[in-house]
Design a protein around this ligand. Structure first.
Ligand code: VGL
Ligand code: ZN
Length: 349
């Protein structure tokens, strides 16, 4: 008899495979994989999420690496380690975007914008999640501009305007977009002077809870380029410290909330998706500038396999008790892309 200890995770993997290999042919058919998905994508109230059949087929194809129409034990090892484990036990980051004085009651008070929303209303639901949900990492971003920043309307005369710009220094108003000459030419939306480094306006609101061991991320520090997303500036020229920190912590899921919904929150959620993260937008923890732009933000997130939830749904998701098929599909597509990259790399050698 072997004295080797049995690896508990291996037992789980093998017993999972065996449990779903209903016809005992030592491989999983699409029908058997579909049963796995029914077991995976559900919540703790007994609801089973329906996965569209074309998505089931696409996900099955990712794990059926040799394309013989079955997932064998080898292929299932990859499926288990890279996909099922994350779905059942995600590693979660909470990203609180720009909950700063200027956006709530200062120079860029969003209640003066067309949607007339009040930024202070995000603080209670954001704090409640901090108090009740155990995230693996918490980040607070700060819009952090130097005084000569390109986005401030009162700096408009500091840089030449491009000849193709529909508006110029004499007729552009706040919230308009102009094209600066560069080089390179750069479209820029104009805002009131806001979130100037080390001023009251750029401080996080005093009622926002700051958890221990959380990380602050500063953006918009380059005077020449605006930076809505917490990942990259608007030209994707440079990244912030967020990218490396998420990677280093092995984060799989990013929860995004804060101000402003259709500007920095939206850009951050979109970039989280393009960086490959399973991305969750917490609707009631966001307030924005323009209602149409908020709708567009939501559509972009949904079209890219992100999910939009109410804060009351977050705890069960973080704890792996409510498992959304959109996020499972997103991860499967990321695995497929990584595999294709890999193949391309090998061909070049
Ligand atoms: C923001 C406008 C300008 C934001 C930042 O944080 O949403 N909006 N700069
Ligand atoms: Zn700004």
């Amino acid at each position: 008899m072997s004295s080797e200890p049995i690896e508990p995770s291996l037992v789980a993997m093998d017993s999972c495979f065996t449990a779903f290999d209903k016809d005992c042919d030592d491989r999983l058919s699409l029908a058997e994989f579909t049963l796995i998905c029914r077991a995976l994508f559900r919540n703790d109230k007994g609801h089973i999420y329906i996965v569209p059949s074309d998505q089931l087929e696409q996900m099955f194809a990712v794990f059926d690496k040799n394309q013989d129409g079955y997932i064998d034990r080898d292929e299932f090892t990859f499926c288990w380690n890279s996909w099922i484990k994350t779905i059942v036990r995600p590693i979660n980051a909470y990203l609180v975007v720009d909950v700063q004085n200027d956006f709530i009651s200062g120079s860029l008070n969003i209640s003066n914008c067309s949607a007339q929303q009040n930024g202070i209303e995000v603080i209670d639901p954001i704090n409640k999640l901090i108090d009740t949900v155990e995230f693996d990492a918490v980040f607070y971003s700060l819009d952090w501009h130097p005084a000569d920043h390109v986005s401030f309307i009162d700096n408009i005369k500091q840089r030449p305007i491009h000849p193709t710009s529909p508006l110029n220094a004499d007729n552009a108003a706040v919230y308009d977009t102009v094209i600066f000459a560069g080089p390179p030419p750069m479209r820029n939306r104009l805002w009131p002077r806001h979130c100037v480094q080390d001023t009251w306006g750029s401080e996080l609101h005093k009622d926002l809870k700051i958890v221990e061991n959380s990380i602050k991320v500063y953006k918009g520090t380059n005077p020449e380029v605006d930076s809505y997303s917490v990942f990259w500036d608007n030209k994707k020229m440079s990244d912030t410290s967020l990218c490396g920190q998420l990677k280093q912590k092995g984060i799989t899921d990013v929860y995004v909330c804060g101000l402003a919904y259709d500007v920095c929150v939206g850009a951050t959620a979109t970039d989280a998706l393009s960086a490959g993260y399973r991305t969750i937008l917490i609707d009631d923890c966001c307030r924005g500038v323009d209602l149409q732009d908020i709708e567009t933000t939501k559509e972009t997130v949904l079209n890219n396999h992100g999910v939009i939830v109410h804060s009351k749904e977050v705890k069960a998701m973080v704890e792996g008790r409510d498992r959304r098929p959109e996020l499972g599909f997103k991860l499967a597509m990321e695995l497929k892309n990584a595999e294709n990259e890999n193949k391309r790399g090998r061909r070049q050698i």
